[in-house]
Each structure stands twice: as C-alpha cells, then as structure tokens.
Design a protein around this ligand. Structure first.
Ligand SMILES: [Zn+2]
Ligand SMILES: [Zn+2]
Length: 436
C-alpha cells in the first residue's frame, strides 16, 4: 500500500513536472513566436516631397493625396512651401498663376461628391476652401494600408543660394532660418526641426533638397559641413535640377560621395543618407518638362505602417531610394562585412548592381576629394539580379546602386533616365568620432 501511494505520489510528481515542463515549453514557444511577430518587418513605399494648392502646386491637396494612394504608395507627405495645411484657408479660383479651372472643380466633385467642395463668392472673388491635413488624414488614412504624414518644405535663401529643407511629421510651421553661410543656414533649418522634435517628443525628419538646383546652389562642402543634416535628396525628379551635373559641377550622386568622403575623413561625422523624391508640382499634364508625380520615392523597412517606426527606420538608414527598381531585400551584416542586394526584377529587364565607395587611400590626398579617383569609386560590378559585396577593410563606406536597362515612363528633363535604386552607405561606423 505504502509502495503504491509512494508510486502514485511519484507518478503524480512526474506528471506534474511534465505538465510544468510542457507549460514552460509552450510559454517559451509562445514568447519566441511573439518575439518573431514583433520583429517581423516589411517594405513600405512612400513619398516625402510634393506640393499642392496650399503653395505652388496646381492641384487640390485631396486630389494629390488620392493620386499617391491610388498609385500604390503606402505613405505620403505633402510638403508645401513654408506652410502647414492648417486652419481655414480660402483660395481664389481665378488667379494669374495656377488658376482653379471649372474642369478641376468638376473632377474634384466627381471624385469626392458635390458637398465635398466648398465654394463662396461670385465672379472674380469666387473662392474654394482648401482641405486641412486633419480632414485629409481622416478621409484617406487606412490602418495598414495608407498613412498620411504632415510635412513642410522649409524654403529659404542664403544670399542668392536656395536652401530648401523638408520637415516630415512636424506639427508647427517652421520658418526658414537665417545664417551667414550656406552650411550654417542648412544647419539652422535642421536644428529648428530637431528643436521641435525635442519639444514635441515626435520623430521629425529633415532632408536637404535638390542640391544642384537652382544654379548648383548647394555644394558637396555645404552638405558635408552642415554636420547635423543626416539626409538629402540624391534624386529629385522635378526636372531642371541638374541631376547629372555639367563640365564643372558633379552629378548629385557624385556630390553624395564627395560630401560623405569629406564627412568621414575630415569631420569624423556620419555620412548622409539619400532619398529620392518627386517634388511634384504639376498634376494635369504628364511631360518630361513638368514636375510630375510618380518618379522617385523611398522604400522603408519597418514593423508597421505607423509614423514612428517608419521615420525611425529612415533615421537608421533602413531604406532605399528608387526611381522604379524594386528590391526584394537589402541585407547588411556588419559582423561579416557583407552587403547583399536582391532585385525583384521586371520581366526581361536587365540589371547592373554596382558597389560604390571611397577607400582609405583618399586620406593621403591633400587636395579636394572631388578630384580624387578614390572618392566614390566602383568597387565591384555585377550583372544580374543579386549580388554581395564583401568588405576588404580599406573602405571608408560603401553602398549599392542598381541600374535597370528600363527607362522611366516619364523621365524628368535633366534627370535620371533609367530606373535606379540606391541603398544607403554602410561600413562607416568605425570612422566616426564619438563627439560630433
Ligand atoms: Zn525646393
Ligand atoms: Zn519642393
């Protein structure tokens, strides 16, 4: 009897222990699954630079947002000049520049309903009320499908030079800052964005726009020495932005390499990341001369379609810029020193993947990194849809660019003709000083 009780007690203990173990295992598996679920990411396509009737665009903001949403963008940021889409704002229909035509009104009414469009006044005084950011967000946002982010193009000057900086996810308008030099002006704008970010606790991005516009206004030195700037437009597709440079000015892509080389060699500061944008102003006629939508965007890897995860991923450089090339994946392994790029190919398109970087040989050069052949050199070149670059140890940084043999459907004048994707510089961390 005692033996039986002992055996039963023992069996009960075994059963109890087994149950505990199963429970623990289940919990562990659950935790792992939960952890994996949290870490799961996907790519989100978005545009961070476009204009509407709120400044010098030629379309209603809702029609612009509708264009982007219906063309497969996951997130979108309207960035009108020195204004946020806030408050009651009535716009005259009959204006010299960019009038609101009856055809535009009819198209807007057809899309959103007769009651949507609010008009007042008669004849030359007839006005239409512009929808606010909050109204647009309420109408267009769909969880997991589409996200509207508030933006502004801080539009100022330093002497004759145009200094334009996009602020993304701000809540209060930021006036263009004044400073003595171009890099100081850029820095002041970026600092104004950072200040609002600290005050509001929101992540607010700043990207420096179209360096080669209007007359090569921002040099590589300007971009390098505005040290607090972390992002710039490697490809603005509004046309007339001298993307390819000329005999005396570098292309914007080369500018990127020069600026990053100056940063990493002389300033010990991190490189700039590059975004592509439309800077769309014209929505009615698609032509290479017009600043049309649909030419340049970013694709961001994030856990969810929400402002903070998206913008934090951009801050980390976990995104690529594109004018049409879709990447399946970009994997940088810092421990192994490898950068792998996989293209999601278009049928029968051909791709060239170049790994571009500056090597340490440039440090001995006393002249300008702009003239040094080690600046932004092609380190490796592959034909095909995937390639891996293994760090050799001599690189200050490296990045990948994927060029398709397919042209953009509507390439901008003086811009990128062929579909291209740019990944962000990697492998630079050890060249950056602790104190910036
Ligand atoms: Zn601009
Ligand atoms: Zn713009």
């Amino acid at each position: 009897m005692k033996t039986l009780v002992r055996w039963q007690a023992c069996r009960a203990r075994v059963v109890f222990r087994a149950a505990v173990l199963i429970l623990l295992a289940a919990l562990t598996v659950g935790l792992v699954f939960a952890g994996e679920a949290r870490a799961e990411t996907r790519w989100y396509k978005g545009s961070t630079h476009a204009h509407s009737f709120w400044s010098d665009g030629d379309q209603f903001p809702e029609m612009v947002v509708d264009w982007y949403k219906s063309h497969g963008y996951d997130f979108f940021c309207l960035s009108d000049h020195n204004v946020l889409m806030q408050g009651e704002h009535w716009r005259k229909l009959q204006t010299k520049k960019r009038p609101v035509t009856e055809k535009m009104l009819a198209a807007c009414q057809k899309r959103f309903g007769k009651d949507w469009v609010e008009l007042r006044g008669e004849g030359a005084d007839r006005e239409v009320r512009l929808k606010t950011f909050d109204e647009l967000k309420r109408h267009f946002d769909e969880p997991g499908k589409f996200l509207l982010i508030q933006g502004e193009e801080i539009t100022g000057k330093c002497g004759e030079k145009q200094v334009h900086v996009n602020a993304i996810n701000l809540t209060k308008v930021i006036q263009p800052q004044k400073a003595k030099t171009v890099p100081e002006t850029i820095s002041a704008d970026v600092e104004a964005v950072a200040r609002q970010s600290r005050q509001t606790g929101r992540t607010i991005l700043a990207h420096v726009n179209h360096p080669n516009w209007k007359h090569y206004d921002l040099s590589a030195q300007d971009l390098a020495y505005a040290k607090n700037a972390t992002i710039f437009e490697v490809c603005n597709n509004s046309g007339g932005v001298s993307h390819n440079g000329d005999e005396t000015h570098p292309s914007v892509e080369r500018l990127w390499d020069i600026a990053n080389t100056i940063r990493l060699t002389r300033l010990k500061s991190p490189p700039l990341y590059g975004v592509a944008s439309d800077d769309a102003h014209r929505y009615h006629k698609m032509t290479s001369k017009a600043a049309n939508p649909g030419r340049g965007w970013i694709v961001v890897r994030a856990e969810e379609l929400a402002v903070e995860p998206l913008l934090k991923a951009v801050q980390r450089g976990d995104f690529y810029a594109s004018t049409g090339v879709v990447l399946k994946d970009v994997q940088y392994d810092p421990a192994a020193g490898t950068l792998r790029v996989d293209v999601d190919p278009e049928p029968s398109a051909k791709y060239v993947i170049e790994f571009i970087g500056t090597t340490r040989d440039v440090i001995g050069w006393q002249g300008s990194p702009a003239a040094d052949p080690h600046t932004g050199q092609v380190l490796a070149r592959h034909e095909g849809t995937s390639a891996t670059y293994h760090i050799e140890g001599n690189e200050l940084y490296f990045r990948a660019v994927v060029r398709s043999d397919r042209k953009l459907d509507n390439p901008p004048a003086d811009g990128v003709d062929h579909k291209t994707a740019w990944t962000q510089p990697v492998g630079w961390e050890k060249h950056v000083g602790k104190k910036q």
